[in-house]
Design a protein around this ligand. Structure first.
Ligand SMILES: [Zn+2]
Length: 311
């Protein structure tokens, strides 16, 4: 059966793509907001990145120059979160997994409840009709003791559903985070981490094994190893892939060559996501369209990928 989503891909109808339910499961709120909403709310127009960057350091400089202090402090971050829910709503994202870095508890006088209330307000104001999966995040450069200290009250709330680790993949060895992942697992959270974006297929393997990951953010380096792809396929670990992000950060040279094709063919569960839509300028609907227009995947395959995200 040809679905509305498949027809929309075949005809390049962005409005029809927006009308189809879809899940965005790899999103960072600080750079995940809707450009028009931010312009109206703050008076700042943030044009997306033009060209390709070569490192996470370059990415952080770009954000510093273009966004500056706009989303700093508890109030600034609240605007970024609201803008992220607005972006999801306007693009027809029906399920959004996003959340706050546990470090941000320091902006709320150590109150996890206050962090939670900010997120709830952003959801209510920005896109209450979007199903929200609350995620707590950790930055890979933060010292273990600090992460441990910040995580405890966030876990105690009992409201977060998933855990992610992001930032510079080479900041600290993955085993540093093992005790924190054990605690999150005991609390029933779904476990994710950014790995295999800048790192290797072996890094993906190691992180999945040591941290007992359910899902991987990016993980595209796995496509370099038939063994690692087999492990992912057999264990059912899902990869939340962000194609335009990979292009704009120089991880993949051309959309036509994106490793999502090899991963899909190897039976690895994959989803398509945005990462940082404000920076990369490509909505979730546009990500699906780009993969189709590059001739990389058929409309039926992309529909299966969309449904995987909604599963
Ligand atoms: Zn990411």
């Amino acid at each position: 059966m040809i679905t509305d989503f498949q027809t929309a891909l075949e005809t390049g109808d962005l409005a029809a793509l927006r009308a189809c339910p879809k899940a965005d499961l790899h999103v960072h709120a600080i750079m995940g907001g809707n450009r028009e909403f931010i312009r109206e709310r703050t008076g700042h127009d943030i044009a997306p990145l033009d060209g390709v960057l070569g490192s996470m350091d370059e990415m952080h400089s770009w954000v510093g120059e273009r966004v500056g202090a706009l989303f700093q402090g508890a109030a600034g971050r609240a605007v970024a979160f609201e803008a992220t829910f607005v972006q999801a709503r306007r693009d027809g994202v029906s399920r959004l997994e996003v959340g706050e870095d546990i470090w941000s508890i320091t902006l709320h006088d150590g109150s996890a409840q206050s962090v939670w209330e900010m997120l709830q307000t952003a959801h209510a104001e920005g896109g209450p009709q979007v199903e929200w999966i609350p995620q707590m995040g950790m930055s890979r450069h933060c010292p273990f003791r600090a992460l441990e200290w910040w995580m405890a009250p966030m876990l105690e709330l009992g409201t977060f559903k998933t855990l992610d680790l992001s930032g510079d993949e080479f900041a600290q060895p993955i085993e540093v985070f093992e005790p924190l992942y054990r605690r999150a697992k005991a609390a029933g959270l779904t476990l994710k981490a950014h790995v295999g974006e800048w790192g290797t297929a072996d890094d993906v393997w190691r992180a999945v094994e040591l941290l007992e990951l359910d899902e991987v953010q990016h993980g595209i380096a796995a496509a370099d190893s038939p063994q690692v792809m087999r492990m992912l396929a057999e264990t059912g670990v899902r990869l939340h892939i962000c194609p335009t992000s990979n292009l704009k950060l120089g991880r993949v040279a051309r959309m036509e060559d994106h490793p999502i094709r090899r991963l899909y063919d190897a039976g690895v569960k994959v989803t398509v996501n945005t990462d940082d839509v404000l920076m990369f300028g490509s909505s979730l609907s546009e990500e699906f369209l780009a993969l189709h227009q590059a001739g990389l995947m058929t409309a039926a395959e992309l529909d299966a990928v969309r449904l995987e995200g909604l599963r």
